[in-house]
Write a protein that binds this ligand. Structure first.
Ligand SMILES: Nc1nc2c(ncn2[C@@H]2O[C@H](COP(=O)(O)OP(=O)(O)OP(=O)(O)O)[C@@H](O)[C@H]2O)c(=O)[nH]1
Ligand SMILES: [Mg+2]
Length: 279
């Protein structure tokens, strides 16, 4: 449950048992009556896992909360469209990089930017809860970069990008890379005005992740499977992961890379160069 973006609206909990559905259909929504909400309680006193669903009828509470979340998203979407108009007017290509923490977003940028900077001007917006670690890494490449620290927030939003872009003043015809906060859930809901969402997943995360986090993979235009150099050491099927990603994001562009060894990076870079030319 995230209080900042209200990504877990109470009363919308979906309760499943093993084998009940694929995880990306939204059957079995248990809507509590009267705008109430549900709690899942864990272990009981004698150590047995004991799940109980309590329905509380706090009149209108969930209703007001969902209303607020819709307002937040509507406001975000309006501002994201303004960002998008600005980017288009400046003939910029804007990519939003998303993943769980540590999948290799910054590492991928460290390889992507040097390969493209002779082709286009590149600028970067880094999103993290704390530290300028990633901005420092990107700054070392000599490209303009702004770090947005979200504090308790778990995602970037369109207003943060709007403000960061005013600071950054990216060049016309440039490539702007936005690295979102490491999180496979909330950032999927927030349009920033980007042209493409690029989700990075690494082989240590499990090949079922696209099914478990379907919103992210549904929203993504591109999926980059990273750390393929580790495939011999983990139980992970790249083919299964690709199939799972295709099930929730039917026309997702799929790349398999090892940022560490450089394997597969040419395909990604060629594709990106083609996108830049088409712009
Ligand atoms: N073995 C291996 N390690 C990698 C690869 N790519 C990145 N890493 C390592 O994975 C770790 C995390 O990489 P980052 O690039 O910081 O990941 P990130 O997605 O930017 O992380 P956050 O910004 O914290 O969400 C680092 O220790 C990298 O060296 C790869 O292809 N293979
Ligand atoms: Mg990073």
């Amino acid at each position: 449950m995230c209080d900042t973006c209200g990504c877990g609206p109470e009363g919308e909990a979906v309760l499943r048992r093993p084998g009940e559905g694929s995880g990306h259909n939204h059957e079995h929504h248990h809507h509590a009556e009267g705008g109430g909400h549900q709690h899942l309680h864990g272990e009981n006193g004698d150590g047995h896992a004991h799940h109980e669903v309590h329905h509380h009828a706090h009149e209108g509470r969930a209703g007001r909360k969902i209303g607020m979340e819709q307002d937040v998203l509507r406001e975000n979407n309006l501002l994201a469209e303004r960002n998008r108009g600005y980017f288009e007017a400046k003939h910029m290509l804007v990519l939003n990089f998303l993943s769980s923490p540590g999948s290799g977003k910054t590492s991928l940028l460290e390889k992507t930017i040097p390969a493209l900077r002779d082709v286009v001007p590149v600028a970067v917006i880094e999103g993290d809860q704390q530290t300028t670690n990633d901005a420092d890494r990107i700054g070392a490449l000599g490209v303009p970069v702004i770090q947005v620290n979200t504090g308790t927030g778990c995602h970037l939003d369109a207003l943060m990008i709007n403000r960061a872009v005013k600071e950054l003043e990216p060049a016309d015809n440039s490539l702007l890379c936005i690295e979102n906060v490491g999180n496979l859930v909330c950032p999927a809901m927030f349009d920033l005005g980007e042209a493409l969402k690029v989700v990075v997943i690494s082989v240590t995360e499990g090949d079922d992740k696209p099914l478990k986090y379907p919103y992210m993979f549904h929203e993504a235009d591109v999926c980059i499977l990273n750390k393929t150099d580790l495939l011999p050491y983990v139980e992970f099927s790249a083919e299964t992961c690709r199939e799972n990603a295709m099930r929730v994001g039917h026309d997702i562009e799929w790349f398999e890379v090892s940022v560490k060894t450089g394997d597969g990076l040419d395909q990604w870079l060629d594709w990106l160069k083609t996108r830049l030319e088409r712009r």
